[in-house]
Design a protein around this ligand. Structure first.
Ligand code: THU
Length: 142
């Protein structure tokens, strides 16, 4: 069980997350861009979830891998994202797009650790999406 938002990145099974993300990328539906993306995340109860990008002939309707991932989070019963790895088919980390940073923030918060490959330390989402607007803002500003 992970709690209090205090997670040592060394406790995250990054190798498993990267491997599961790579497998997920093989299930991508990406006939237009041919960029096959997979994502895998660890939740606060230790569950690993996955997602892959799903494109559409109406290009703007494309679902990124992270979008599939948060759908999978709901499917398995919810929870908070603790760590996420996102890769393309070459296995290298793929930097989440702006929209997906916001999607991830909703379900993981500022402390969500985002993989940057084995050579570099994982980055908290706050460094990728500083000063984010999130659920607390809705609660306090309505
Ligand atoms: N893509 C993702 O799945 N996640 C991102 O964070 C960036 C982009 C996908 C969307 C599209 O299917 C393909 O990569 C090329 O943009």
């Amino acid at each position: 069980m992970y709690c209090d938002g205090v997670i040592d990145p060394r406790d995250i099974p990054w190798g498993t997350l990267r491997a599961r993300a790579l497998v997920a990328s093989t299930h991508a539906y990406a006939p237009y861009s041919r960029v096959h993306v997979g994502a895998a995340a660890l939740t606060d109860d230790g569950t690993v979830i996955e997602g892959a990008n799903i494109e559409n002939a109406s290009y703007g309707l494309t679902l990124c891998a992270e979008c599939s991932l948060v759908s999978d989070l709901a499917r398995v019963g919810g929870g908070t994202l603790v760590a996420v790895a996102i890769v393309a088919a070459d296995g290298a980390p793929l930097s989440p797009c702006g929209r997906c940073r916001q999607l991830l923030f909703e379900h993981g918060g500022a402390g969500l650790l985002v993989d940057d490959g084995p050579e570099r330390p994982a980055r908290p989402l706050a460094t990728l999406l500083p000063d984010a607007f999130g659920p607390d803002d809705v609660a306090t500003r309505s």
